[in-house]
Design a protein around this ligand. Sequence first.
Ligand SMILES: [Cu+2]
Length: 172
Amino acid sequence: MKKLVLLIAFSLPSLASAHAVLEQKEVETGSYYKAVLGIGHGCDGATTTKITIELPEGVHRAKPMPKAGWQVETVVESIAIPYTSYGKQVTEDVTKIIWSGGELLDSHFDEFVFKAKIDAQPQTLFFTTKQQCAVGEINWAEIPAKGKTTHDYKYPAPALKVINKTKSGHHH
Ligand SMILES: [Cu+2]
């Protein structure tokens, strides 16, 4: 019996790559992007109950995918840089997506999904994410200084590299 208990008590060290990260880290400007935000662990062992992701400038018309066991809401605000879509001036857009009411154990992994049009010019975009737990919270909000990468930080914001359109000429 004692051996069994020891086996169960043995826990793996948490992976450095756990964190809150976007599965697909690169996208062409002007294309639609399916964002899959992976949440690798809780807040110091506590169960995750709420995820809030902020959409940076140039990420347009975001639509979250419904998620069983969670409520999802979008926050629409006026945006700093209006844009034109299908000939219409757009001055308000989704700026935040919030998943709440669910439970994600520290020992589990889950994904939070949305789609958006990436109109930002080539650059690295950062999606500041707040992870709230039954006890405590984590702000994934660190943005690397020049010459550093997200790997140099403990709580990096999920990052997405926007690249030039490839010249293949196909349409998405
Ligand atoms: Cu981590």
